[in-house]
Design a protein around this ligand. Structure first.
Ligand SMILES: *Cc1c(COP(=O)(O)O)cnc(C)c1O
Length: 423
């Protein structure tokens, strides 16, 4: 695509974009009477207009049926999570028996590590990326301590090289090989939340397996953003939240993936609850946990129906469109943003450094930009002009034009506002 920094180019690109009309299916915040330019779908996705109807359905069924809604509501609550299974499997490239939607992300990471981080005196190390999302760092640290190991020794972080912003896949693989038979687990964010870098999930997974480690992925910034083939990639486990790219509402439910080769293993250690028990005998309420032979056996509790209703609404849209089309638009839209940032940098002779990989294969929607020489005033100016982006001290702007509801015109208008804010 030959990009141009003109409104004419942007409107034409929108006109030719088969997903352009999808944005009308979302609510945009309004700032001072104007629809904002929303670029924080990587933090909290916008609300689909259909979500109210999905949630209202459950509220009215609850009003109408009370407890009987477990069996008599339009979508019976006792099995509500099952309405999400096929769409979730398609979204992350899994078989239906490999996924379930349940709990929240950090909770799920812990539950999965209970099963897949089984350190011994010889094999106890975990490899993760440097500056992992804080919740993941705390989860890893507390798991290591829980098993009586010292995080200083057990957690091995892979850093970017001196003078580089992102981590080389080769360096992760070298570290995996270096740890060798001391390595118990590799757990990395598939898309880095700060830089937007997409890691080579299949290659890293293979390398981890080659030294006898388990490999799990936090896909908080990957699900609904990039194409995933978790089954084919042989990933052991993964988890993601649904309120970022998946537009399922603040604090929404999380998804998990456990590879088929593990789900039928009833001897795998796990923390159990009644919703993971064989559903045929669940209501006999008897002693003795009998896990379902699917990822559902990691469920502890009955389905949080109201937040699942919001998730079902959003997943329905993803299911209808498919990740291929979304990814196709992402590449062009993030490319356009990159083009405009570069243009503005050279035109105004300012240093806007893009931290995110330039190679489109190594990024999703998000670009992280360092505005050298500018401080929080720049961010405040953008906000007063109706642009919602994410600001990280001292001067990093993270923004994600997302293919569901952002347009080329949004990106063009952002460029215009950024330019005048820098002047
Ligand atoms: C957003 C995010 C989280 C948030 O965890 P919650 O349990 O949903 O609060 C965790 N890890 C990563 C990598 C994230 O991007």
């Amino acid at each position: 695509m030959e990009y141009q920094n003109t409104l004419e180019f942007a409107t034409k690109a929108d006109h030719n974009d088969e997903l352009n009309a999808v944005r009308d299916r979302f609510h945009f915040p309004v700032i001072e009477g104007k629809k904002c330019l929303y670029f924080t779908g990587n933090s909290l996705g916008l609300q689909p207009k259909s979500t109210k109807e999905f949630v209202d359905q459950e509220l009215s069924d609850w009003a109408a049926f009370g407890v009987e809604g477990h069996f008599h509501s339009k979508r019976p609550w006792y099995a509500y999570h099952e309405f999400l299974t096929d769409k979730t499997a398609k979204l992350v490239g899994a078989q239906p028996d490999e996924v379930v939607v349940t709990h929240s992300l950090t909770t799920n990471l812990h539950l999965l590590m209970v099963s897949f981080y089984r350190p011994t005196k010889e094999r106890y190390k975990i490899i993760c990326e440097a500056k992992a999302f804080p919740s993941d760092q705390y989860a890893l640290e507390s798991q290591v301590k829980f098993h009586g190991f010292d995080p200083e020794q057990a957690i091995v972080e892979v850093h970017p090289r001196e003078g580089e912003n992102t981590i080389r896949n080769d360096d992760i693989i070298a570290k995996i090989n270096e740890c060798g038979n001391e390595l118990a687990l590799v757990m990395i964010g598939g898309v880095n939340y700060f830089t937007g870098q997409v890691f080579d999930i299949p290659r890293i997974t293979n390398s981890g397996h080659a030294v006898g480690a388990k490999v799990g992925w936090d896909l908080a910034h990957a699900a609904g953003n990039v194409i995933l083939k978790l089954h084919d990639w042989n990933v052991d486990f993964a988890a993601w939240c649904t309120y970022k790219y998946l537009n399922s509402g603040p604090g929404g439910v999380s998804g998990i993936f456990v590879h088929h080769r593990h789900v039928t293993n009833k001897n795998l250690p796990r923390f159990a609850g009644w919703w993971g028990h064989d559903k045929e005998t669940r209501f006999l309420m008897e002693k003795g946990f009998d896990p379902m032979p699917t990822a559902e056996s990691w469920q502890l509790s009955n389905a949080p129906v109201l937040s699942m209703a919001a998730h079902l609404s959003a997943l329905t849209i993803f299911d209808e469109i498919g990740m291929e089309k979304l990814r196709h638009k992402t590449i062009r839209l993030s490319g356009y943003l990159e083009f405009l940032i570069d243009e503005i940098s050279s035109e105004l002779n300012v240093n806007l450094e893009i931290l995110t990989p330039r190679n489109w294969e190594e990024r999703g929607c998000q670009l992280s930009i360092v505005a050298h020489g500018y401080g929080k005033k720049l961010f405040e100016k953008l906000m007063t002009e109706g642009v919602i982006v994410d600001w990280r001290e001292p001067n990093v702007i993270r923004m994600a034009p997302v293919p569901l509801y952002n347009s080329f015109e949004d990106v063009y208008r952002f460029g215009q506002i950024l330019k005048s804010a820098l002047q």
